[in-house]
Design a protein around this ligand. Structure first.
Ligand code: ADP
Ligand code: MG
Length: 400
């Protein structure tokens, strides 16, 4: 598994290209089943210190940069299998890369909002950019939409540079901004008709209303709809030009769980229409529910990329020990310092994510027993995706 060292030539053989002398910290893996091709293979590899991108002229052969010294960053996804698949199937070739981003940087004065981000999105794929507030998600997608100018780096959306592409480009993309600000005095039907007018091809209003499940509200003013329903109007507006690529910036932020699930169903409908979807979210669960692949951003940089399962398996940590934080008159250093895992405090409970649950549990119980403490609701469990996410984005650890 990841962490084993693979001989350089072996990796090169499996990838079919030079690895440019970078240190390899992952292990090549066969993904024949996934691609459905008898002979193709891809590899989960870590290569430092930079991305290997677009080898053999293919947009799909790229490897995300990782710091091999940090196990949790060894989550890398090589897309060679997709290349093989594309070369062998005509429809894959015509689909091509919907989006390619290389070394994207965006400064706002002294703030580096996006700091050297590279990724590619397959046509027909749902791609999630996941990260906490301020990670650079909106900046990234707005650059892809052509709404903001980048400081440096290369960006191609549908083969065009959004910074210079004109109306023909806008005709092919759909955008749901984080703050949409549509005219709320119109009815749902009117606002869709209005926004649809400039597009050369457009989806019929009634079909869109049905798609976003607002048939009963079609003649209601937007201002009178709930927040979740208004967001679905935004979605209909993003789709009205029948775009090939749609960008959804935090489509469900602020929703209650039922409204969120309903929106997920709608987003899933989009993929059945063959759309490429790029969505941003700060909900790990949302990314897992919707996305084929997830890019995790924190402070403007990529901290992980892959499917939800790959994100989970890329962590060396697989267990979580939790208990109520005991009230003691001494610093917690004696408890925390010897732990193998990392600890954090949440809701007056202590959580320890650990690759060594047995040793850490033994230490914790010994510490408590020596002080005559009963640890409240002591549990050991498997980590969930939220834990993975928090660890990836680097939630602060508990001070000892
Ligand atoms: P996210 O969408 O992940 O919350 P943003 O892309 O909105 O992140 O913001 C990334 C960083 O850039 C934040 O530190 C934010 O304060 C800053 N930022 C975003 N937009 C602007 C702007 N127009 N001017 C200055 N700073 C900005
Ligand atoms: Mg944002």
């Amino acid at each position: 598994m990841i962490g084993d060292l693979v001989a350089h030539h072996q990796l090169e053989a499996s990838l079919g290209h030079q690895v440019r002398g970078d240190r390899v910290c992952g292990v090549a893996e066969d993904h024949r089943l996934e691609t459905g091709l008898g002979k193709s293979s891809s590899a989960d590899v870590g290569v430092e210190p930079r991305a290997v991108f677009g080898n053999n002229g293919s947009p799909w052969q790229w490897t995300h940069v990782t710091d091999c010294s940090t196990p949790r960053l060894e989550i890398v996804r090589h897309r060679l299998a997709r290349v093989a698949a594309m070369n062998l199937t005509a429809d894959r070739i015509t689909e091509g890369a919907a989006i390619e981003v290389r070394d994207l940087v965006k400064h706002y004065g002294d703030t580096k909002a996006v700091d050297g981000v590279s990724f590619a999105v397959d046509a027909g794929e749902v791609f999630a950019i996941l990260g906490p507030n301020g990670a650079g998600k909106s900046t990234t997608v707005e650059i892809l939409e052509g709404h903001r100018q980048r400081s440096s780096g290369d960006v191609a959306v549908l083969g065009l540079d959004p910074a210079t592409a004109g109306r023909a480009f806008r005709d092919r993309i759909g955008v749901v901004l984080q703050e949409a600000g549509i005219d709320r005095e119109f009815t749902v039907r009117e606002v869709i008709d209005l926004y649809g007018a400039p597009y050369s091809t457009r989806r019929p209003t009634d079909e869109l209303i049905e798609l976003v499940e607002l048939s009963e509200k079609a003649d209601e003013r937007v201002a009178r709809l709930s927040g979740g329903q208004q967001r679905r109007v935004d979605l209909a507006l993003g789709l009205v030009g029948d775009p090939e690529v749609i960008f959804l910036d935090e489509p469900t932020t602020g929703f209650d769980p039922a409204a969120r699930r309903r929106s997920w169903d709608i987003v899933r409908n989009l993929t059945s229409l063959g759309k490429t979807v790029v969505l941003t979210t700060h909900y790990m669960e949302e990314a897992e529910q919707l996305a084929d692949r997830i890019l995790v951003l924190a402070r403007g940089s990529i901290v992980a990329e892959g499917t939800a399962a790959e994100l989970r398996s890329g962590l060396d940590t697989d267990s979580k020990i939790t208990f109520g934080l005991p009230a003691v008159d001494e610093p917690l250093a004696a408890l925390l310092d010897p732990l193998v895992g990392t600890s954090r405090g949440r809701d007056r409970r202590l959580e320890i994510l650990t690759p060594a649950p047995t040793a850490d549990l033994a230490h914790i119980t010994a510490w408590a027993t020596a002080r005559g403490l009963e640890l409240e609701s002591l549990t050991v469990s498997s980590i969930d995706l939220e834990d993975v996410y928090l660890q990836l984005v680097g939630e602060p650890e508990v001070e000892a």
